[in-house]
Design a protein around this ligand. Structure first.
Ligand code: CTP
Ligand code: MG
Length: 706
């Protein structure tokens, strides 16, 4: 493996952190950002404002409706004891449109037990995706994806500080320049992949605090300290007291800098000038705190030592950032060694690129593929024929109507399934008492059956070995005993072998007798237990009949239950089915939304294209044709009359208009002997006077009468 002798970084690591590597391995001069030319700043500002126009929270409507939906659900689940509040970027106004939806679930009275599991179960029923429970965190969280909108959601429990700090961030973000500056820092961090706390970099929240700190430390400050001089507002959480006061009044900054120089200053500060060993980001203080005084000095290995394998120990306060309300909370505690290296690399990269005059867009170039909206919203439609597009829209509308039908049938099916599920649950509840009786009988029956089994085995085992009944054994024993203890007939003595045989037969009989007695005893016990067992069986049967009666009664009232196996397993099956249906519904909904959006886009383009066409046609068009053919009047005669001041009818007026209008009368006048100016005057006067269509026939008639 090729490893750098100075840094210990492997080739792969050198390629991964090239700017940082060149600084660590050789004495490269840190570029200065003080002499950036004005033109670059103007261009950068233009780029930034273009980006800001596009980064609005496009999903804010989805966020709002999802928040409403989840609030309703959770409140219904916890019977009004629950309170749901949004926090994070959806309330601070600092959303790039790509962030998650942060919700806080708190309880007005006592918090229910196993709340996270209950929430997760509810979300599962709603068909949410990728549900994850994080119960051991200081603030328990359920994470999931809303299948309909695709939004990532975090529901945290009793996250009261977050509600308050979001309120304060909203106060900071009320200033347009502050808001846009934070958005740009978040934009850069998100596109460069350094804003994911659970992957070992910093959270969006931490980047927001760093951005605010910079604006507080510019000269003059762009952002105020919103916690300075406020009236304390103490809240207590788990026995600790926190001052969550903040000031939201407006702040007039004397600093006139635009976003570009502010961002350049940001990178200049944090890439090289900020000494993370000694300085703690603290917006509560309005400028950095001394790490040693705060007892947050860096301890443990450096990130370089960890990534090169020199140490495996824990790093402490690697990029100390103080939470504005929880002063003991360092937001960099989630940062891993690799994350710290990447963050440093990104600062270095931005610094170098800025010093080389690279565009902001390039500096924020995403490290992964991003599905961005093209700048030209209609780029793919411009070359297409409008008729084809109209047809496409029709087809898409048809598809939407089919999807709607499908959704309707799925919703009905799910509704039925859910109703049945409720019914099943209710039924199982009603039969629960009978079932618990049965359970207790069964629990008694089980050991009883075992005993019966053992006794039967004992008895049969003995009986297999001893074929003769006990009574016979006893008689045989008595007979043998008598024979063995009778007086000895000296003339007729048995052989020793025979006598030994008799004795062992007798002992055998004795053992047999004992075993036989045991068998009898086992048999007696067996009989007794069998009786008991029968009694229990009878009771069991009675509970079955009782359950059947309850069920029959329920089925009578709810015929849908007929034919369904009323068992907790069935409930699970129905639950599973309802979840599956909900997922399908969500998929169909998102298909429908996508189609609708596309229809809207194409229709908008069709409207634009047709209005463009109209404009083009108007430009290209020849002078308008006369409305209709001139009425059949002797035009020359009418002209004569008009030029000599005589009257004419509307028909005749129409004929004049159709044949070139008033100017033809004037041209006729040209042939008269009057001076041009006189003619113009008299001509205009006469013509204007006589052809005003509003005067119409009446005047003409009147004059002709005269
Ligand atoms: N928060 C917190 N402590 C943390 C992380 C987050 O109190 N360590 C709270 C803050 O109230 C923050 C909110 O959680 O505003 C959301 O955090 P995050 O999602 O990181 O920030 P957003 O501004 O919501 O960013 P995005 O738009 O990327 O979701
Ligand atoms: Mg968020």
């Amino acid at each position: 493996m090729n490893v750098c002798r100075t840094t210990g970084l492997t080739i792969e690591q050198q390629e991964r952190w090239p700017f940082l590597y060149s600084h660590l391995s050789s004495d490269i001069e840190v570029p200065s950002l003080t002499n950036i030319d004005e033109q670059f700043i103007i261009e950068m500002d233009k780029e930034i404002s273009k980006i800001i126009k596009n980064v609005g929270d496009a999903k804010s409507k989805s966020r709002e409706s999802l928040t409403r939906h989840l609030t309703r659900l959770l409140e219904r689940r916890f019977q009004k004891n629950a309170k749901v509040e949004a926090f994070g970027s959806s309330v601070t106004g600092l959303s790039l449109g790509t962030g998650d939806l942060d919700l806080c679930l708190s309880f007005k009275k006592e918090q229910p037990k196993k709340v996270l599991r209950k929430v997760a179960g509810l979300l599962r029923e709603e068909g949410m995706m990728d549900i994850q429970q994080i119960p051991k965190a200081s603030i328990p969280i359920v994470k999931f994806k809303d299948s309909r909108s695709g939004l990532d959601v975090d529901i945290s429990i009793e996250n009261r500080l977050a509600i308050h700090n979001s309120k304060m961030l909203k106060g900071y973000a009320q200033d347009k320049r502050v808001r846009e500056f934070i958005l740009m820092v978040k934009y850069w961090a998100s596109r460069r992949g350094i804003n994911t706390a659970y992957e070992g970099t910093l959270s969006s929240y931490a980047w927001t605090l760093i951005a605010i700190q910079h604006l507080q430390m510019t000269n003059p400050p762009v952002a105020p300290n919103r916690q300075k001089g406020t009236k304390p507002n103490l809240i207590e959480i788990h026995g600790n007291s926190f001052d969550v006061s903040s000031d939201s009044s407006s702040f007039e900054s004397k600093n006139q800098q635009t976003l570009a120089p502010l961002l350049i200053g940001f990178f200049d500060r944090f890439a090289t000038r900020w000494d993370w060993n000694e300085m703690v980001v603290s917006i509560r203080n309005g400028s950095h705190l001394n790490a040693e005084k705060k007892k947050w000095s860096h301890s443990g290995p450096l990130p370089l030592e960890v990534v090169t394998g020199q140490s495996k120990n824990r790093m402490e306060h690697i990029m100390p950032i103080e939470d504005p309300f929880d002063h003991e909370h360092d937001l960099s505690r989630v940062v891993k060694a690799e994350g710290a290296m990447t963050i440093q690399e990104e600062f270095m990269r931005a610094l170098h690129l800025l010093s080389e005059g690279t565009s902001w867009k390039e500096i924020c170039k995403p490290i992964f593929e991003i599905d961005e909206e093209p700048e030209d919203f209609f780029h793919d439609l411009r070359t297409q024929n409008t008729d084809v597009l109209v047809k496409t829209v029709e087809e898409m509308k048809f598809e939407v109507s089919q999807i709607e039908e499908h959704i309707h049938s799925l919703v009905t099916e799910r509704q039925n399934s859910k109703e049945l599920l409720d019914l099943l649950r209710g039924t199982l509840q009603e039969t629960r008492n009978v079932k618990s009786n049965r359970q207790s009988i069964l629990s008694e029956l089980r050991p009883l059956s075992m005993k019966v089994q053992v006794l039967r085995q004992t008895r049969d085992g003995i009986n297999d070995r001893i074929a003769i009944p006990t009574k016979r054994i006893h008689q045989e024993m008595v007979r043998m005993f008598n024979s063995l203890t009778s007086e000895v007939d000296v003339f007729n003595t048995q052989s020793l072998g025979r006598e030994k045989g008799d004795f062992s037969y007798f002992f055998e009989l004795q053992a047999m007798y004992k075993a036989s007695l045991e068998s009898n005893q086992a048999h007696q016990e067996f009989i007794r237990l069998r009786r008991e067992q029968n009694k229990e069986y009878k009771a069991l049967k009675e509970t079955r009949t009782e359950e059947e009666n309850v069920l029959n009664r329920l089925i009578e009232g709810n015929p849908e239950l007929k034919g369904i196996n009323l068992h907790p397993k069935t409930v699970k099956e129905y639950q599973h089915n309802a979840n599956k249906l909900q997922k399908s519904i969500n998929i169909q909904y998102s298909k429908k939304h996508e189609l609708r959006r596309e229809i809207g886009r194409i229709e908008a383009w069709i409207r634009i294209a047709s209005s463009k066409n109209k404009q083009r046609q108007r430009k290209d068009s020849k002078p308008r044709q006369h409305r209709r053919e001139a009425p059949s009047v002797n035009i020359n005669e009418v002209r004569e009359r008009a030029s000599s001041g005589g009257s004419f009818s509307l028909n005749e007026l129409d004929a004049i208009m159709s044949e070139g209008g008033i100017k033809t009368i004037q041209s006729k006048e040209k042939s008269s002997t009057a001076t041009q100016s006189e003619r113009r005057k008299s001509g205009r006067k006469k013509a204007t006077h006589r052809v005003d269509p509003r005067q119409g026939r009446k005047r003409g008639k009147k004059q002709s009468r005269n």
